[in-house]
Design a protein around this ligand. Structure first.
Ligand SMILES: [Zn+2]
Length: 237
């Protein structure tokens, strides 16, 4: 076996370990994102309910203004009637009063139903707020657990990164650069065991003389097709 192989394999082990930590972190962040999404949709429901209340209140206020106007008009009619002598004019004012009274009654009953709508919608806001609160509370333990896991994964990443630097520092710079390039381009194992007479990564058969060199460790053999660094696993172990 080539003397650098053990160091390369050790470095690769750290890199693959780092990759695993990175994947676990990404999965964990997805879990957090799913929790955030649930909260966001609860917040959206709450906001939509609030908006519906605001709209309903605005409509109710409009009706209130209308009712106020009608009442003012009725008051003025009544005043006019008081100072008008019985007769044709008085009769017409009375007819107006009667007509306006039924319009006013309609508006008032509309106001009552709008007011009921507002109350119903306000209940929905309260319910949405309570549901949101409940959801957040229900998420708390899971979030705490995810944060703990994240903390330990970050620690693990830090310590594996340090170990990786130690492993990397044991390689000559050119080999280290070669390995880093290979690993960065593939992000999978780049120091690969031979598969019989073939490259363990792309399964191209390696010429006999190269296999012999790889086997006796005189060269650090690379696959000419896919570029990985090859080694023989000792048959005795
Ligand atoms: Zn290959």
């Amino acid at each position: 076996m080539h003397p650098d192989l053990a160091k390369l394999l050790q470095l690769q082990e750290k890199d693959l370990g780092l990759k695993g930590v990175g994947e676990r972190l990404a999965a964990l962040h997805e879990e957090i994102a799913a929790l955030d999404l649930a909260v966001a949709s609860g917040e959206e429901a709450h906001t939509a309910a609030q908006r519906a209340v605001a709209d309903a209140v605005a409509r109710r206020t409009e009706t209130e203004a209308k009712i106020e106007t009608y009442r003012g008009q009725q008051d003025r009619r009544k005043q006019r009637l008081e100072i008008t002598r019985p007769g044709k004019v008085a009769a017409s004012i009375m007819a107006e009063l009667e007509l306006a009274r039924s319009v006013l009654t309609q508006e008032e009953s509309q106001w009552v139903s709008m007011d009921e709508t507002v109350r119903g919608l306000e209940e929905q806001v309260a319910q949405a707020a309570a549901e949101l609160e409940e959801l957040k509370k229900a998420q708390d333990p899971e979030r705490a657990e995810l944060l703990t896991r994240e903390g330990s994964l970050l620690e693990e990443r830090e310590s594996v990164t340090r170990e990786r630097e130690v492993s990397a520092s044991q390689l000559d710079k050119p080999l280290r650069i070669k390995y880093d390039r290979l690993y960065q381009s593939r992000s999978v194992a780049v120091v690969v065991a031979m598969n019989g007479p073939a490259c363990g990564a792309c399964f191209t058969t390696i010429p006999l003389h190269r296999r012999t060199q790889i086997k006796n460790g005189s060269v650090l053999g690379g696959c000419e097709v896919c570029g990985v660094i090859l080694y023989y696993v000792d048959e005795e172990g």
